[in-house]
Design a protein around this ligand. Structure first.
Ligand SMILES: NC(=O)c1ccc[n+]([C@@H]2O[C@H](COP(=O)([O-])OP(=O)(O)OC[C@H]3O[C@@H](n4cnc5c(N)ncnc54)[C@H](OP(=O)(O)O)[C@@H]3O)[C@@H](O)[C@H]2O)c1
Length: 261
């Protein structure tokens, strides 16, 4: 990945970038990890997920980049796991953290079409990953992002978390959990103006991306609007490259347009 705008992401660092991607075994997270490793400004990537060490793709990538990639297991819903991840990093500072974890459906979990389908168990599961996880990740990693060089904490949200854009209804837990993620990280961005003047926190909508998360719901997607993960990752890195402390706390889509709250 050598696009000029992505080079800009690392241009104002006076040291090669230390990066963490969590959710790195997923569709978007894996593509981001691969593209970051292709960038000469990136010194090292830590790629995490709950079962990262059983991801064939991540293990192969680690074999290809033994000095620049560490693959490790971590659970974003567990603050002890995140603190252990922070303590295990190869350097004490981070320049870029990307949260690419997410949960929409599972063997016993489906996005609710009606109010009657909402359950306490599903709300808790979906909020644990999509809302509580990102702020616990920020709590664990932000102490490593307080330094004299630029830093970006980027978290994958979703346009369906926009309250003003909610025209279709449905997907109660996922929508509300993404909305909560946005509020939690926006709040952190305000605190960080004082504590982390070089940091930018970004909430990103990746578009509809062909991954395990979206696969059961791709039928209605308009022609040309389903991005393959490599394209989505390139678009997201281009947006991340425009992050500054001044626009910290924004909710921004893959094409650089701001998403209404
Ligand atoms: N795909 C889309 O169309 C789309 C649209 C809008 C927004 N998004 C957002 O984009 C992000 C990435 O989505 P994706 O499509 O790449 O999803 P994906 O392919 O399902 O990947 C999800 C990743 O999250 C990891 N993960 C899940 N629970 C975790 C936990 N508790 N702790 C640590 N890692 C966990 C998974 O690995 P393990 O299971 O091994 O932990 C996997 O690496 C999500 O936030 C999603 O909501 C996606």
């Amino acid at each position: 990945m050598t696009s000029p705008i992505v080079n800009h992401l690392f241009a104002n660092l006076n040291e090669p970038a230390q990066v963490l991607v969590i959710g790195a075994s997923g569709g978007i997270g894996l593509a981001l990890t691969m593209q970051l490793l292709g960038h000469p400004g990136v010194a090292h990537v830590t790629a995490a997920a709950r079962h990262a060490d059983s991801s064939t793709a991540l293990v192969a990538l680690a074999e290809a980049h033994p000095a620049r990639l560490t693959v490790t297991n971590a659970d974003i819903t567990n603050s002890a796991s995140l603190q252990a991840l922070a303590a295990s990093l190869v350097t004490p500072s981070l320049h870029l953290v990307i949260n690419a974890t997410g949960l929409l459906h599972g063997s016993e979990l489906a996005p609710e079409k009606t109010l009657s389908a909402v359950t306490e168990v599903n709300l808790q599961q979906v909020f644990a990953v999509n809302a509580f996880g990102p702020i616990l990740l920020a709590q664990a990693m932000l102490p490593l992002m307080r330094h004299n060089t630029s830093a970006v904490f980027a978290s994958l949200s979703a346009r369906v978390g926009s309250i003003s854009d909610n025209r279709l209804g449905g997907w109660y837990a996922y929508r509300a959990a993404k909305t909560a993620q946005n509020q939690l990280l926006k709040t952190a961005s305000i605190e960080c103006r004082r504590t982390h003047p070089r940091l930018s926190i970004q909430l990103l909508h990746p578009g509809t991306v062909d991954s395990a998360l979206s696969r059961p719901f791709q039928r209605g997607v308009a022609e040309g609007k389903l991005f393959d993960p490599a394209r989505a990752a390139a678009q997201l890195l281009t947006v991340i490259a425009t992050a500054t402390p001044a626009n910290s706390g924004r909710f921004v889509a893959w094409d650089g347009t701001e998403v209404p709250w």
